[in-house]
Write a protein that binds this ligand. Structure first.
Ligand code: SG4
Ligand code: ZN
Length: 274
C-alpha cells in the first residue's frame, strides 16, 4: 500500500521533487531534512542532556535487519522488547519509545546525509525513530506535532573500522533485496552504535517531518553535533550490498537514499550549547 515514491537514483520520475504530488504533506511548511546554519541557530538553555534508558543494554530479543526498498532498517522483535529503550527529551520531559533505526547514504564517491551543517553534507546519517509514549498507537502519534522524536547522527570517515558496526555491516549481505530480512543476535546495545554518551550534550533541535512520504509533520528532531566514526570500507558495504526494488531484470544498488534539505520557512533551530 501507499504511494509509489522513490529517490532520483532509482528513478528521477518519482524522486523527491514529485513527492508533494503523491502526498500533499510533502509540500508543507515544516519539512525535513534541513540545512543547519550555525550562525542562525538560537541557543536554548532549556535544552538539557537527553535522558537515555536501555540504550546501554543488549535487548532481550533480537534485532531484525531488513531491506524495505528504501533503506536498511533495524527493528526490535516484539513490543515488550522495545519498551525498554526510551529517551526523555524537551522542556516537558516527554518520554519516547524506540521503534527502529535506519540509515541514509550516498555513493562510493558522494555523501548521503539528509541534514547538512553550514551546507556540508556528510557520508551517512543514522535515524533512531521513537514514538511519544503518551499516545497508544503509531497512527495516533502521527496525529500530533510531538508524536515522534527522531535522533539524527552524522557519520565521518575514520581510518580504522568501527568494530561496533561489524554485526550490521556483515548482516547487509542478507538483505540485498527488498523484503529480505535477517535476525541478528542482539549482542550489542544501541549505545555502541553512537558517539560516546559523554559527547552528546551538543545538539540541534527543531520541529519537522518524516523525510519520506507521507512527510507527516509530527517529528521533534534532534541532530547531534558529534559524528559517528566509521571506515570507508564499512560505508562502502552499504552502497555495494543493498539494492533498490528490482525493476524488470535489472537490480540496482541502493544509493543516494536521502531527501535533500527543505526550506526552513518560519521555523527556528535551537542549539543546546554554543
Ligand atoms: C525510512 O524509510 C524508514 O524505513 C521508515 O520506517 C521511516 O518511516 C522513514 O524512513 C522516515 O523516517 O526518520 N527518515 S525518517 O524521517 O518511521 C517511519 C518505516 O517504514 C514512519 C517503519
Ligand atoms: Zn531517516
Amino acid at each position: 500500500p501507499g504511494v509509489p515514491w522513490c529517490y532520483d537514483s532509482q528513478d528521477p520520475k518519482c524522486g523527491p521533487r514529485y513527492w508533494k504530488d503523491l502526498a500533499k504533506g510533502c509540500g508543507g511548511d515544516n519539512q525535513s531534512p534541513i540545512n543547519i546554519d550555525r550562525r542562525k541557530v538560537q541557543r536554548d538553555r532549556n535544552l538539557g542532556d537527553i535522558l537515555f534508558e536501555g540504550y546501554d543494554q543488549a535487548p532481550p530479543g533480537k534485532w531484525k535487519l531488513m531491506n524495505n526498498g528504501h533503506t536498511a532498517m533495524m527493528r526490535l522483535e516484539g513490543e515488550s522488547v522495545s519498551e525498554h529503550i526510551n529517551i526523555t527529551i524537551g522542556i516537558l520531559l516527554e518520554k519516547y519509545r524506540a521503534l527502529q533505526f535506519h540509515f541514509h547514504w550516498g555513493t562510493l564517491k558522494g555523501n548521503g546525509s539528509e541534514h547538512t551543517i553550514d551546507g556540508d553534507q556528510f557520508p551517512m546519517e543514522l535515524h533512531v525513530v521513537h514514538m511519544n509514549t503518551k499516545y497508544k498507537t503509531f497512527s495516533e502519534a502521527k496525529g500530533h506535532p510531538n508524536g515522534l522524536a527522531v535522533l539524527g547522527f552524522l557519520y565521518k570517515v575514520s581510518d580504522a573500522d568501527n568494530s561496533n558496526y561489524n554485526t550490521i555491516v556483515a548482516g547487509l549481505k542478507n538483505i540485498s533485496r527488498q523484503g529480505d530480512s535477517v535476525d541478528l543476535a542482539s549482542t550489542f546495545c544501541l549505545n555502541n552504535l553512537l558517539p560516546s554518551m559523554a559527547n552528546l550534550s551538543k545538539y540541534y533541535r527543531y520541529q519537522g517531518s518524516l523525510t519520506t512520504p507521507d512527510c507527516a509533520e509530527v517529528v521533534v528532531w534532534t541532530l547531534f553535533e558529534e559524528p559517528i566514526l566509521i571506515s570507508q570500507s564499512q560505508l562502502n558495504a552499504f552502497v555495494n550490498t543493498v539494492h533498490f526494488p528490482a525493476t524488470g531484470a535489472s537490480l540496482m544498488k541502493m544509493t543516494n537514499n536521502f531527501r535533500p534539505p527543505q526550506p526552513l520557512k518560519n521555523r527556528k533551530v535551537y542549539a543546546s550549547k554554543d
